[in-house]
Design a binder for this molecule. Sequence first.
Ligand code: HEM
Length: 443
Amino acid sequence: MSPKLPGKASLRTALTAVVNPMPFYKVNQRLYPDIFSSSLLWFSAYVIHNPFFMKHVLQENHKNYEKGGKYGFIRFLLGNGLLTNNGDDWLKHRRIIQPSFHQKSMGYAWEVMLMETQTLIKSFGDRMVIDLNTEMAILTVNIVGKSFFGMDTQDRVRKLRQELENCQKHGHSLLRMPINYPEWILDIPIFKKLDKALKNVHATIDSFIEERNANMGIKNDLLELLMELKYEDTNEKMSFKQIRDEVLTLIVAGHETTTLALAWTFFELSKNKHVQDACRDELTSIVRDAQDLTYEKLNKLTYLTCVIHESLRMYPPAYLFARTAINEDYLGDYYVPAGKNVVINLYGLHRHPEFWSNPHEFMPERFEKFDYSGINKFKFMPFGAGPRGCLGVHFAMTEMKIILCSFLLKYRIELADQSPIYPKPLFTLNPNKHICIRLKNLA
Ligand code: HEM
């Protein structure tokens, strides 16, 4: 008997995905709720929505699924840091970096989160309308840069953020072409602006590393750890390029997603006044002001956690990710040939009508009774799952709670502009335009 193969998306729908992947995934998910196959030019993939298939790829047989061609543009931009690396080299580096993200190592990060948020709020002065995408990006890049790499030069960090945005802007056309790009592509005139932005990003990161090289032993942070360590197997130091790749990866992964998660959460809080009020009621019953926040108190904010989870369900910043099968395999009865790409459509999974009632409605209460164990871990996974799940999940959740609490304790918030806002996927799940909110002093 010949192996079972998934239903195939039409070429017409596949072509539309180059411009906007959302309608493509929506139409085909409706036709093929568990899995479908899609081919366009040299890229061919299975797109999955079935949690058991997710579990198989991300956990049970994860060693057979590496980060392949789909990561072409990200690898091109970020080099070979934790997000894009594979195999033993990835594991070696994950083991080195992971302890810096344990709760007991996060005391300094906690202080940075509180302090940077208060500094931002003070900087608003009488300005009552703020652009969340811009303000949250600067805030979160400052937090991650300062917490792990001692980047406390505001101007340079701002410039870094600007150049990273330029990379997205000028590299946009390469984004959906799932190939590994050769370095010479930057010599093509239309990519000159991308080349310049990328060189500026590298130069800024390099300047931080070089400065630290001249001042070792002052800060006991992740940058110092990377610069000092010697690999157990070779007794050699980490190369300059590898340090840069790891730093750049953590800066990008550590602020781009959190910025969007915050912008979308503020957006829903502004639209749903009763949810905003319920969050504030919970908050004021537990803390007096932002300085009164502790880990224990933050953990008691269960409704706020539901609000963040509901926002991450509806607008998962990393809305798609992928793997490539090393050897042939099966997903249920479906045959997966070696080399096949498997796309995890997180946006589709999080709005799958079989798993979520009223999937397009913002209903934080649904998480009050949600069982996060067993197969449900693969129905709701904004931070990915399995050994390659997000390294920064606790960091991000703590950071988002501190920022949301600081705003909710001081302001009532509403949308400053009533024109429609909807997801517009780029590298991450952006809104179609920047989200602006109006702040109203509470007292
Ligand atoms: C709301 C915020 C965030 C979201 C939604 C998010 C989401 C994700 C997802 C879905 C993955 C898995 C990708 C895959 O399997 O291909 C991932 C991986 C990763 N994330 Fe996050 N992330 C967030 C915040 C952060 C932060 C704050 C950091 C670090 C400061 C971070 C660092 C990383 C790293 C290093 C990886 C790669 C892990 C590995 O492969 O070993 N993320 N993230």
